[in-house]
Design a protein around this ligand. Structure first.
Ligand SMILES: Cc1ncc(COP(=O)(O)O)c(C=O)c1O
Length: 414
């Protein structure tokens, strides 16, 4: 009997076995339909028609492979899943309606009451809320530990630990954790390591190659790349994705819409060149910020001053990514917030928005936006202070971006 969808039996695009990332990003998917379209078709349909009742029955019972209902099987969504799986070097991928729903799907599929999770305390604010708040209501306990202190992860292990979860580099501090070391800790304890690869994408970092078991994506970020849609995905072995998560998706419906999948699918085609170009600009901006007298500290893995610079360069294919965070100088938290707001409000090019991964550069104040729902204690544990600004560098001219930030930094109130 086939599974909910039998990835081996559905037809494949014929590509050389050694096709590289940029080729897979453009070509992997499903073969074209009978019309021979060159650009992938958008199958904007909620259900699929069967030739007769007996065939429908066989398909619903997974006895015959076919697309049935877009809550769990849709060709456009599957094209995106296959493309992303190929880029990540994963056996399988399941797309979800957002990055958060990918994390939720993983937790629902792999954890039960009484299980324990170890998570970096530097992950995205909603991830902390989900684990510490919602999952705790269902009896799943999470310990939050330092992103970079490998021994703290080991010390947090319990017999009930099932999952280690890290995001590297983290949002917004760009802290880099040692994926291979965490994978060893997880596996020695019989647990799994999941890595949120949102900041790097497979263009820079391949967590599975470093020993991770699962990859989480917010497709909303660099995978789409132009700030158009919400999307998410989880990549990993078929025995988890196909056997556990696809049936759960069928019941729970955290589904990605075919339209959003199509946008991400086309976004993936330019992933490599976008990550390279945005990363180049980010490095220039980070260096410039580091030399600015109004800036106290810059967080960017591509800078030698970054505490995990060497690890980042090894783990991230030599690239620092495109997110740069920095702290403005101030005498106290109140002044820091005022100065940060002044610098943000003085921009004319950067969009003041908490999203990232767009070709349009974005600027945000993490303490009051992405991490605004955390308690002050959680925020400080995550290292997010009132003077911090996060810039997700897009594709504008870097001289214009420098001038955009200089406008505020050069005129901070005394
Ligand atoms: C690192 C990281 N992971 C996950 C998410 C959640 O993704 P989504 O907004 O698609 O739910 C975000 C969103 O900002 C993020 O920055």
């Amino acid at each position: 009997m086939a599974g909910e969808r039998d990835i081996k039996r559905l037809p494949r695009v014929e590509l050389p076995a050694d096709a590289r990332l940029d080729t897979l990003a453009v070509r992997e998917g499903l073969p074209p339909s009978q019309w021979g379209e060159n650009s992938e078709a958008l199958f904007l349909t909620s259900s699929f028609v069967h030739p007769d009742a007996a065939t429908a029955a066989a398909r619903f019972a997974n006895q015959e492979e076919a697309f049935v209902y877009s809550r769990f099987t849709n060709p456009t969504v599957m094209m995106m899943e296959r493309r992303l799986a190929a880029l990540e070097g994963a056996e399988s991928c399941i797309a979800t309606s957002s990055g958060m729903s990918a994390i939720l799907l993983m937790c629902l599929g792999l954890l039960k009451a009484g299980d324990h999770v170890i998570c970096s305390q530097s992950v995205f604010g909603s991830t902390i809320k989900l684990l510490a708040g919602e999952l705790a209501r269902f009896g799943v306990e999470t310990s939050f530990v330092s992103q970079t202190d490998v021994e703290a992860w080991r010390a947090a292990l319990r017999p009930s630990t099932r999952l280690l979860f890290a995001e590297t580099p983290s949002n917004p501090l760009t802290e880099v954790c040692d994926i291979a070391a965490l994978a060893t800790i997880a596996h020695d304890a019989g647990a799994l390591l999941a890595v949120d690869n949102c900041f790097c994408t497979p263009a820079l970092q391949l967590p599975l190659k470093l020993g991770a078991d699962l990859i989480i994506h917010s497709g909303t970020k660099y995978l789409d790349g132009q700030g158009r849609v919400l999307a998410g995905a989880l990549c990993g072995p078929a025995k988890i994705v196909e056997d556990k998560l696809v049936p759960l998706m069928r019941s729970a419906g955290l589904t990605l819409s075919p339209f959003n999948a199509w946008v991400v699918l086309k976004g993936l085609e330019t992933l490599g060149i976008r990550m390279a170009a945005q990363g180049e600009r980010a490095l220039v901006l980070a260096r410039w910020l580091e030399s600015h007298p109004a800036v106290e500290r810059v967080y960017y893995p591509g800078l030698p001053s970054h505490p995990q610079h060497a690890l980042a360069m090894k783990q991230q294919n030599g690239g620092g990514g495109a997110v740069v965070s920095f702290v403005v100088k101030a005498r106290d938290a109140q002044e820091a917030r005022r100065n940060a707001f002044h610098a943000i409000d003085s921009t004319r090019i950067c969009s003041i928005t908490a999203n990232l991964g767009d070709t349009k550069s974005t600027v945000t104040h993490p303490a009051s936006t992405s991490h605004g729902r955390l308690s002050e204690e959680q925020r400080l544990a995550a290292g997010i202070t009132q003077g911090m600004i996060r810039v997700a560098v897009g594709l504008e001219d870097i001289e214009d971006l420098k001038a955009d930030l200089a406008r505020g930094l050069d005129t901070l109130p005394a």
